[in-house]
Structures are given as structure tokens and as C-alpha cells.
Ligand binder design. Structure first.
Ligand SMILES: Cc1ncc(COP(=O)(O)O)c(C=O)c1O
Length: 394
């Protein structure tokens, strides 16, 4: 074992000067344990990943079963592998009929890259519409369609012909024209601080895409997989995207993403040129087995039925005069305060007290709460008590 900070700080590339530095020895359910055997309540699910908790036994068993059969045998798209067949069949059974064909990839950003390429190929257009304050990933294409100008500036030139509209502004939908290949939008904006669109907006968005022939890409990488109380957030807005992207919680703790569309659209990546999107590890059998087990757990344990009630309990318990606003859908929260400094102090204090909350990429005045959906009411009460203590002390 090597938990040395020196190794971590000097021989692993750093993303910030202030990493959280919890030295993890073990994780189970909603808890993470460090080298001093300190227990942390994970209220952020490893940023939207462990929706069914850490190391769910059914997921572990599925991984072990697959280990006994085979690991990687071939790049995506060549051999028939039972793990990816079973996962694809399950996924499309849970989606509306037009989302009937899955392309499995390695991450959220790759799912969005694939979706953008597919939209360009299908429509023969190159203009892309996205939203201000959005986050779609950190590779060049996904960064091009992400809204945070400060983070993008140093990496230009990025993709040309990307225009940004305000999220949830029906007026701005006029930016979508018959020159647009697609609109890419988070159904619920996550890193903008949990922004929930109106049903009227989502309906108007769908209609505008239909009128102009632009494909609608819904990014549910953060808000999907039960986080909002339905398996996919778009179900709550009575619309269906042309392309859906998922990742994070999709794999139950292993890395896998997907872009999902109609077979007729998806075939564009097969011809002229063939191999329109290729990936070595996409659809890795162990990750597929883990993803399938995750979907089965959500279904078998009736997890979705409890999300709203648990969300409401958090909301009721998190009552404090310093809190300016709470935005919530299901178990996805942004808790707003007067300043970024206060948020910073609360997040650090909560961590000291053994509860992990976290910042947003593009909204410094809030912290996020997005716990495993399996959290119990008692655990919610304990966690909220600690958070209120952290707010008092910050
Ligand atoms: C909405 C959304 N899209 C895309 C991504 C990128 O996913 P990944 O980090 O797996 O590339 C994220 C990651 O936070 C996200 O929240």
C-alpha cells in the first residue's frame, strides 16, 4: 500500500492546488473510510457516480462473474459479447422506441463527442447550439460546447460555429435554425448549480428542433440514472431526445458511457466513412456487466420510488438562516449562500466533521448534495445534523 502524499502530489498530475486528499482505504454503501479509519458520509456519490452506493453486492457479483469469463477480447463493434448484448437489450427496454441503439464508450465526454459527430453526419450540417453555463466534458469537442468561457479560453481554437443560448429561455430558441446540426443540452444543468427548466421550455425546445431538423441531444450524464426520481430526467418533461448521453452512475462504479439513438440515425457512423467513431475499450465487458447489474438493482430495489421522499426530507431538515436558496430535483441539490467564501468554509468544515459535500464547476455560491439514492432516512438525519453544524461553524 502507498498512501504517501508526496507520491500523490509529485507523481500524479494535479488538477488543482487544493485536492481533497482523503486517503481512501475502503468504501461501502454511503461511506468512505480513510487510513485513520475516519468515516466520511459521501453526499456527492463521487460526483454523480455511486447512485446505488459504493460496492453494491449485486454489482460486485456481476463483476466477479464476468472476470471468470473474459476481460477485453477485441475493440468495440467486432465480436459478439454477451455482456454488451445484455446491457444494450436492457437499456433499450427502458427507453422510448426511438432510442433503440446504443454505442458504448468510456466516459461522459466521449459519449458527447460521439453524439456531436453523429448529429453532424446525420444532418450534413456543422453548426451546434448549446447553453450558457453548461458543462459537457473536458475533451476538445465537449469543451467547445460547454459554457464556461474562463475554462475554455486557454485552449482555443476550439470547434467553430458553436452558439450559446440561455438555458430555459424560450425566446433564445430562435437561435436554432435549419443550419443547426444539433442542440446539446443537459436536461437538468448540473454544474451551473442545479438549474431546472420548465416543462413549457422543454416542449418548445423539442418543437423547435422538429421544425428545423436539428437533432436534440440530451446530456443526462449527471442527472440520469434515477438522480431526479425517474430513471431519466427527460421522462418528467414529456419529451424524447434524438440522442441521449449517459455515463457516471451508468456503470455503478466502473467507467462506461453511452450515446443512444435510433438505429437509422446511428448507421451514419457505419458508412461513408466506415468506422465513423471507434474506441478500443468502449463496451468493455466488465463495465457492461457492472452497468447491467446497476440497472437491475435500481429496478429490483424499487429505488426510484423513494427518491422524492428522501429529497423532501433533506429539504425539510436543511433549514438555516444562512441558506439563501435550495434548488432541488429528486436527490440533486444546490444549496446557495451569500458568498463563495462561506461555501468554501462550510464544505471544508463538513469534511472535517466527516460529511462530504462539494463545489460546483460554474457556480461558486452553492455547494452540491447528490448522495447515493440508497441513503436511509436515519442517515439523512445524521448527515443534515452535521451540515447544519458546519454551517453554524463556518
Ligand atoms: C452533464 C455532464 N456532462 C458530461 C460530463 C463529462 O463526463 P466525464 O467526466 O465522464 O467525461 C459531466 C461530468 O461532470 C457532466 O456533469
Amino acid at each position: 500500500m502507498d498512501f504517501s502524499r508526496e507520491t500523490f502530489l509529485n507523481h500524479l498530475a494535479q488538477t488543482t492546488d487544493t485536492p481533497a486528499l482523503i486517503a481512501v482505504t475502503y468504501a461501502e454503501g454511503i461511506y468512505i473510510y480513510d487510513t485513520d479509519n475516519k468515516r466520511y458520509t459521501d453526499l456527492i456519490s463521487g460526483i454523480g457516480v455511486t447512485n446505488i452506493g459504493h460496492r453494491h453486492p449485486a454489482v460486485l457479483q456481476a463483476i466477479k462473474d464476468q472476470l471468470d469469463k473474459h476481460l477485453h477480447v477485441m475493440v468495440y463493434g467486432e465480436y459478439i459479447q454477451s455482456a454488451s448484448n445484455l446491457l444494450a437489450k436492457k437499456v433499450v427496454s427502458l427507453l422510448p422506441p426511438r432510442l433503440n441503439c446504443c454505442y458504448f464508450v468510456n466516459s461522459g465526454t466521449e459519449a458527447n463527442e460521439g453524439a456531436l459527430k453523429l448529429a453532424k453526419r446525420f444532418t450534413g450540417r456543422h453548426e451546434i447550439i448549446s447553453c450558457r453555463k453548461s458543462y459537457h466534458g473536458s475533451t476538445h469537442g465537449s469543451m467547445s460546447v460547454s459554457g464556461n468561457e474562463v475554462k475554455k479560453q486557454a485552449f482555443r481554437p476550439l470547434l467553430p460555429d458553436v452558439s450559446f443560448m440561455d438555458f430555459n429561455s424560450i425566446e433564445d430558441l430562435s437561435l436554432i435554425t435549419d443550419k443547426s446540426a444539433c442542440v446539446i443540452i443537459e436536461t437538468i444543468q448540473g454544474d451551473a448549480g442545479v438549474r431546472i427548466p420548465s416543462r413549457a421550455y422543454m416542449k418548445a425546445l423539442r418543437k423547435r428542433c422538429d421544425e428545423t431538423g436539428a437533432l436534440l441531444i440530451l446530456d443526462e450524464i449527471q442527472c440520469g440514472m434515477g438522480r431526479t426520481g425517474t430513471l431519466f430526467a427527460f421522462e418528467q418533461f414529456d419529451i424524447v431526445p434524438d440522442i441521449l448521453t449517459v455515463a457516471k452512475a451508468f456503470g455503478g462504479g466502473l467507467p462506461i458511457g453511452a450515446f443512444i439513438s435510433d438505429k437509422n440515425i446511428m448507421t451514419c457512423l457505419t458508412h461513408n466513412p466506415m468506422l465513423g467513431h471507434i474506441t478500443t475499450f468502449g463496451g468493455n465487458p466488465v463495465c457492461c456487466a457492472s452497468a447491467l447489474a446497476t440497472l437491475n438493482v435500481i429496478e429490483n430495489e424499487k429505488i426510484l420510488e423513494q427518491v422524492e421522499e428522501k429529497g423532501k426530507l433533506f429539504e425539510t431538515l436543511l433549514s438555516h438562516p444562512k441558506i439563501k436558496e435550495v434548488r432541488r430535483i429528486g436527490l440533486m441539490f444546490a444549496i446557495d449562500f451569500e458568498s463563495a467564501e462561506i461555501v468554501n468554509r462550510i464544505v471544508l468544515k463538513a469534511k472535517e466533521l466527516g460529511v462530504i459535500c462539494y463545489w460546483f464547476l460554474s457556480h461558486p455560491y452553492s455547494f452540491r448534495i447528490a448522495p447515493p439514492l440508497t441513503i436511509t432516512k436515519k442517515q439523512i438525519e445524521e448527515a443534515c445534523e452535521t451540515i447544519l453544524k458546519a454551517i453554524d461553524n463556518a
